[in-house]
Design a protein around this ligand. Structure first.
Ligand SMILES: NC(=O)c1ccc[n+]([C@@H]2O[C@H](COP(=O)([O-])OP(=O)(O)OC[C@H]3O[C@@H](n4cnc5c(N)ncnc54)[C@H](O)[C@@H]3O)[C@@H](O)[C@H]2O)c1
Length: 363
């Protein structure tokens, strides 16, 4: 088992990474569960039949446990499902000494974490991630749900008490979810770690390579990058914003395609390539866009532009993104690997760059 400690100004917690941790959950979480009145596992209908029982059986030896199951997928990050989770907390009699356990991918972590942040003004929670993408989402304490006007617009910072990452759960992950999670790993490498990026480019050439064991071996490195950034800037008043590399266009693409057609990571991959284009256009870098795009394309990312939307439609969505400031659209750009910076991009320029890149080219 490996361990990363996430230390912020306000708290510190362990991320345990290893095979089979789920079955030992009670022992691994002993300190966290000690003195708690009840645990509510929040999970989705895909993950529940795969791993719900293992977790429930392990925990019920040490604490009364109930389970609440929501539909799988991004649509569960909604007001309606959030309300249902809070209702389950009440019906199961959770009090301020209770704890929520988020068992699933980033959707469950964000949703259950937000419920924990707000139920009775905040109760503790634990992240038990089951997707590759959750190596990013389960660490750092950002929780929240979507609004029809934009993604993650309603939320809270609420750090988990611990993260229990059983890498065995990744075995059942569909290919597109591996690809989704790998994009966030690539993002960590681009913004912080040239050596890591070089290794990924050298060793990952196909979709099959993403699923090889070596990727599990790199979880610690990827999580450590995130932990380091969160340590410096827990509430995103500075360097933490760099984690949004690829997300300005990425979030807009997820929204415009109706959440689900493109996975989060696929949209972020498109957004990273576009952000490199913007960096080049502002004469701040000299990325070989064709080379960067062809690597990601070979891994199955749809980074070639689609012509189903207009640039205006994408820009309207980007203006509602929470990273926008008074309507100004801010991008995380990259001078070179490991050198991200924030830049407001003027709407007219953005329009022309989106059109040049082929995004927003609908006739
Ligand atoms: N809070 C953060 O810091 C942060 C960071 C990045 C992304 N996110 C959020 O994370 C979400 C995306 O997370 P995700 O990609 O994990 O999505 P997800 O939770 O929807 O999981 C993807 C799909 O895989 C299924 N699944 C999960 N684990 C499985 C397993 N082990 N085997 C088989 N199927 C499994 C789920 O049921 C779902 O259908 C987005 O909402 C994004 O905004 C949050």
């Amino acid at each position: 088992m490996e361990e990363v400690i996430v230390a912020t100004d306000t708290t510190s917690y362990p991320v345990y990474i290893g095979k089979g941790l789920l079955r030992d959950a009670a022992a691994m979480l002993r300190n966290v569960l000690n003195g708690r009145s009840k645990a509510l596992i929040v999970t989705d209908e895909t993950v529940a039949p795969l791993y719900g029982d293992d977790l429930l059986k392990s925990l019920e030896v040490v604490i009364p446990v109930a389970m609440h199951i929501v539909p799988a997928g991004e649509s569960s990050k909604s007001m309606a499902v959030y309300e249902q989770v809070l209702t389950a907390c009440m019906k199961e009699g959770l009090d301020r000494k209770s704890i929520i356990i988020a068992l699933g991918g980033g959707v469950i972590g964000d949703l259950a974490g937000f419920a924990a942040a707000t139920y009775m003004r905040g109760i503790p929670f634990v992240q038990v991630p089951t997707t590759l993408l959750a190596q990013d989402s389960s660490v750092g304490g950002k929780t929240g749900i979507n609004h029809e006007l934009g993604k993650n617009l309603i939320g809270a910072f609420h750090q988990p008490e611990a993260v229990l990452y059983d890498t065995e759960t990744l075995s059942s992950l569909p290919d597109k979810e591996w690809r989704s999670g790998f994009a966030e790993m690539v993002k960590h490498a681009y913004i912080k770690d040239p050596e890591f990026l070089a290794w990924l480019k050298e060793n990952v050439h196909s979709e099959a390579d993403i699923k090889k064991d070596h990727i599990r071996g790199f979880l610690k490195r990827s999580i450590s990058i995130k932990a380091d950034i969160v340590k410096q800037d827990e509430k995103e008043s500075g360097v933490r914003a760099f984690l949004n590399f690829g997300h300005t266009l990425g979030h807009a693409l997820e929204k415009i395609t109706g959440y689900g057609e493109l996975t989060h990571g696929e949209a972020v991959a498109c957004g990273m390539i576009f952000a490199m284009r913007v960096s080049n256009e502002l004469s701040l870098s000299s990325w070989d866009i064709a080379e960067e795009a062809s690597w990601l394309q070979a891994l199955g990312y749809p980074v070639d532009a689609a012509d189903r939307f207009t640039a205006d439609e994408l820009i309207t969505i980007m203006k509602h993104d929470k990273k926008a400031n008074a309507g100004d659209i801010t991008f995380v750009l990259l001078r070179e690997v490991g050198q991200p910076f924030l830049q407001t991009v003027e709407e007219r320029l953005l329009h022309s760059l989106l059109t040049q890149a082929g995004w927003g080219d609908k006739a």
